[in-house]
Design a binder for this molecule. Structure first.
Ligand code: FAD
Length: 301
């Protein structure tokens, strides 16, 4: 084994416990109540929320479905809040999805499909189509990093569904070097003037401004969406200035880092984020306390 591989193994052994701790900075807590507490604080400040249960690897699909059902019931009556779900975690099982959709229809809660790796898109789209006319509001995520998302945007437009555009965490195997920001704007262009509503989900302020302007110039309804734990002050200031509505995605359950440690070499700031997040996760007396500090900072801008 070369010294480089040895050094990598040692580094990864040191980084893993740090990463597990740091990831906690990106979830409201382990329980639904933790996420609801954050969503209610956001509502007090005029911000919407989407709550999402993040399951652990190998969690039974029926357990995940139960968490989604619990989430739907808890969000009933909470205006400006909706549920984000990961249908691969249900193993695309129609009977489980059917239960969640029926409850979402009864409680009038929107269900939003998060995007995962590229191979999950076709089965997710098929499940989405199957339940599109079942009576609940369903919406879908389009990652700008994937070249297929331009076609998926046309599909969403045809069906009149609301979409969320993100840069995407998984690269496109067919176009691994596709620039996420350029791709993001290509998808926005495919939606502008055609889509029912577009959520611009990015903390990249110049990119979000450009996307919002393009949508508004085409008279397309849009909003800004942010991820709990990522920096918000500049985005919130921009949203205020442009008078655009904001939703914050508040995950709970299993914590995952929103950045890949394998990218440390190309983006050394990731190492700083890792240490900062680990310290933050340690220092907060509770997730709700940390949220209070972050929102206070965000209001200061
Ligand atoms: C509401 C919402 C929902 C999402 N849903 C999905 C989904 O379903 N599927 C999916 O694949 N991805 C999803 N994502 C993640 C998304 O794909 C990006 O990975 C993530 O948003 C980062 O990209 P960005 O556009 O915000 O811009 P970036 O360019 O990554 O970040 C913008 C700015 O924030 C800074 N920054 C970024 N991360 C950190 C950090 N950890 N600490 C400190 N500063 C940081 C950067 O330095 C930069 O200045 C979602 C994101 C949001 C906001």
């Amino acid at each position: 084994m070369s010294w480089i591989s040895k050094a990598r193994r040692v580094a990864s052994r040191c980084l893993t416990p740090l990463a597990l701790r740091a990831a906690k900075a990106y979830v409201a807590g382990e329980r639904l109540e933790d996420a609801l507490a954050v969503a209610d604080r956001l509502a007090d400040r005029g911000l919407g929320a989407t709550v999402g249960y993040w399951d652990a690897p190998n969690e039974a699909p029926s357990t995940v479905a139960d968490a989604y059902l619990e989430g739907v019931r808890a969000l009933a009556g909470r205006e400006h809040a909706y549920l984000s779900i990961k249908v691969p975690s249900l193993q695309y099982r129609p009977e489980l999805m059917g239960e969640v959709v029926a409850e979402a229809m009864r409680q009038r809660v929107r269900l939003h499909f998060d995007a995962l790796s590229p191979e999950t898109v076709d089965p997710s789209r098929a499940l989405f189509e199957q339940f599109l006319d079942a009576g609940a509001e369903l919406s879908f995520t389009l990652p700008g990093r994937w070249s297929r998302s331009v076609d998926d945007a046309a599909w969403a437009v045809e069906r009149g569904v609301m979409v969320r555009v993100v840069k995407g965490q998984w690269p496109d195997p067919a176009a691994p070097n596709r620039d996420p920001s350029e791709g993001f704007l290509e998808v926005i262009d495919a939606l502008a003037g055609r889509a029912r509503h577009v959520a611009v989900a990015s903390h990249d302020v110049p990119l979000a401004i450009e996307a919002i302007n393009r949508l508004r110039n085409a008279d397309t309804s849009c909003g800004l969406e942010l991820l709990y734990g990522l920096p918000m002050p500049r985005s919130l200031e921009m949203a205020d200035r442009l008078a655009v509505g904001v939703h914050v995605y508040v995950p709970y359950g299993r914590a995952y880092l929103p950045y890949a440690l394998s990218r440390v070499r190309s983006n050394p700031r990731i190492l700083w984020w890792l240490v900062r997040d680990a310290v933050l996760a340690c220092c907060a007396t509770s997730p709700a306390d940390r949220d209070e500090h972050e929102l206070a900072d965000a209001r200061k801008g």
